[in-house]
Design a protein around this ligand. Structure first.
Ligand code: AMP
Length: 578
């Protein structure tokens, strides 16, 4: 893998991908065989009675479908220092912490060299397709990437978020060079312990190397929006640092200061130019191409729970295209975006048949959105137009692991499916027969936020809650909004009723009509509330790079709920069904 990363030839990568996807079924069988041979000595597999068999039929007959809960005790044993082959043939030495935004706390997951290899393969594949459509010149990338706190488990294993484990891997930097994606910020900034300081320095590095920036990216789009929202507040300070060649006193970490001071020289000409460009912009529209004259695109995961940030990204990007990045998780990678020209709303992910063994649980939906499961299908058995839950057998010790993501097969690339991400499987809002997912919530928020757009205001971020504590009252939905300004009370009251009307699932509408669900409540939280939620996750060991705003807060997210509830400034109740 290392040699090939030193000389990435996009046409060769595409050729290999084409050959592999034409033969997806055979490659899947071979991949499963290799995983089971490499890890046959692991306790978990030995206990399943496979007796050396490595074919998909025996595998699916012997090994049960599991969720993280069933594997937790095995992973904890590994983290606590059991060096026997528990889940993998070769002992696991690194643990990944998933962002844990849906469960309220990070999940522990195994990370190994094989998983790193699949990461590089995904990067390489999507880079090849991207550079065919959008070739890059010589230069650098402005990457808003951040490491989590890296710690040690009780048993002495290195632990950090999956992205941190990737960024710290020796192969990562080499790969970034080979993929023309060298980060303009020094390592000290990426691995800085204070995320606000790192963010400021990423922006400053971007401005210092502004002519060389070829693209702007982050792991999840949230970090890009957060970065340019911050830019709106600190741009004058950034200009003054560049003008004087003196680093702002807000950067206090000695290693970060030292690294930044090596790059910073007084440059009044550049500072004046940036200043003029900022003053000349109307409401920051097209900020990115103004600051970075050679930028070709903005790149990051923009699908799923990142879709609500698209509007703001388009605003900052102006006429520069937004390219959606690949689909994966701390558990393992799934697919690469091989159609980079498609807008993020239509982005699909072609499954790489050699990075894991994949199964898909068909999900049939009845009118109340209740998913009925059926027997899992193999990668090449899935049907276009159908929705499935992804089941992953990874190269890092997860076998028939239900990922909890719902995807739709929207076509095929040769014989491998192209998936569209639909949503996380766990239901968000449900009181009785109503069932609303993250996607339904997003659509309702978009609909109601149109009323704010008329006043040139926007929803910065949002979350929700089911309130049903009093037995005498019917339960009702609560939506939390942070807004970048102060709309009138009339407008907010209208937004509240519009939110209520925009949940159109039959269970909700009929329950509202008969008052089995009470009027929807809109709670406006103070500016900076969602930043406090992010800070809370960073405290728990999460990383900004993998942060996803929890879209529904329940009892498992007690602290987040407290942050939201203690910052409520205004409350409205819907009159939609009065
Ligand atoms: P984590 O392991 O905490 O970083 O989160 C992984 C989860 O993020 C996946 O299971 C998906 O739900 C979501 N995710 C990752 N990549 C994408 C993508 N390209 N589009 C939509 N959601 C994604």
């Amino acid at each position: 893998m290392l040699e090939s990363m030193e000389m990435v030839d996009p046409s060769k990568v595409i050729e290999e991908f084409e050959a592999m996807t034409k033969d997806a079924e055979r490659i899947q069988r071979e991949t499963l065989k290799k995983i089971l041979e490499d890890n046959g000595s692991a306790e978990y597999l030995r206990d399943q009675g496979l007796d050396g068999r490595t074919d998909p039929e025996s595998f699916t007959a012997c090994v049960p479908l599991v969720t993280h809960k069933e594997l937790e005790s095995y992973i904890h044993r590994i983290a606590d220092g059991d060096s026997a082959p528990v889940l993998t043939g070769r002992p696991i030495t690194t643990i990944s912490l998933s962002s844990g935004t849906s469960q309220g706390k990070p999940k522990l997951l195994p990370f190994n060299d094989e998983l790193m290899d699949t990461t590089l393969q995904i990067y390489k594949t999507s880079f090849a397709f991207r550079s065919r459509e959008f070739p890059l010149g010589k230069g650098m990338a402005l990457q808003f990437i951040y490491s989590s706190k890296q710690g040690k488990t009780k048993g002495g294993l290195v632990s950090g978020t999956a992205t941190t484990n990737v960024f710290r891997n020796a192969l990562y930097k080499q790969a970034m060079r080979a993929l023309q994606s060298q980060c303009c910020s020094p390592d000290e900034v990426i691995f800085g312990t204070d995320f606000q300081q790192s963010l400021y320095c990423h922006l400053l590095c971007g401005l210092i190397f502004r002519e060389e920036i070829q693209f702007v990216c982050s792991t999840f789009a949230h970090s890009i929006v957060l970065a340019f929202r911050t830019f709106e507040e600190v741009w004058q300070e950034l200009c003054s640092d560049i003008r004087e060649g003196v680093l702002s006193s807000r950067v206090t970490t000695p290693s970060v200061r030292a690294a930044m001071l090596k790059l910073l020289k007084p440059d009044p000409e550049s500072a004046d130019l940036i200043y003029e460009k900022c003053v000349g912009l109307s409401n920051w529209y097209g900020l990115i191409p103004q600051l970075f004259p050679n930028v070709k695109y903005v790149y990051g995961i923009m699908t799923g729970s990142m879709e609500p940030y698209l509007k703001k990204m388009r605003h900052y990007a102006g006429d520069i295209p937004l390219l959606s990045a690949d689909y994966g998780s701390s558990e393992g990678w799934i697919g690469a975006n091989v159609n980079p020209k498609l807008p993020p709303e239509l982005a699909t992910f072609a499954v790489l048949p050699n990075i894991g063994y994949f199964e898909f649980i068909p999900l049939t939906e009845n009118p109340n959105h209740i998913y009925m499961d059926a027997k899992p299908l193999s990668l090449t058995q899935v049907k276009e137009g159908e929705e499935y839950e992804v089941v992953l057998t990874s190269v890092a010790g997860l076998y028939r692991y239900r990922l909890g993501d719902v995807v739709k097969v929207v076509g095929f690339h040769n014989s491998t499916p192209e998936l569209k991400f639909v949503c996380r499987r766990n239901l968000l809002l449900s009181i009785n027969i109503d069932k609303n997912t993250e996607k339904d919530l997003q659509v309702a928020v978009e609909e109601a936020a149109k009323l704010l757009a008329e006043e040139k205001l926007e929803v910065v971020d949002f979350s929700s809650l089911v309130e049903k504590d009093s037995s005498s009252e019917p339960g009702h939905y609560v939506i939390f909004w942070e807004i970048n300004g102060e709309p009138s009370e009339e407008v907010l009251a209208e937004c509240c009723s519009q939110l209520d009307k925009s949940f159109v699932d039959l269970g909700y509408v009929s329950s509202r009509k008969v008052k089995a669900i009470g009027p929807l409540e809109l709670r406006i939280v103070r500016r900076g509330t969602f930043q406090k939620i992010l800070d809370h996750y960073l405290e728990l060991g999460g990383a900004v790079s993998q942060f996803k705003t929890p879209r529904c807060v329940g009892p498992v997210n007690k602290v987040v709920l407290e942050i939201l509830c203690s910052n409520v400034a205004q409350t409205y109740f819907s009159t939609a069904y009065d």
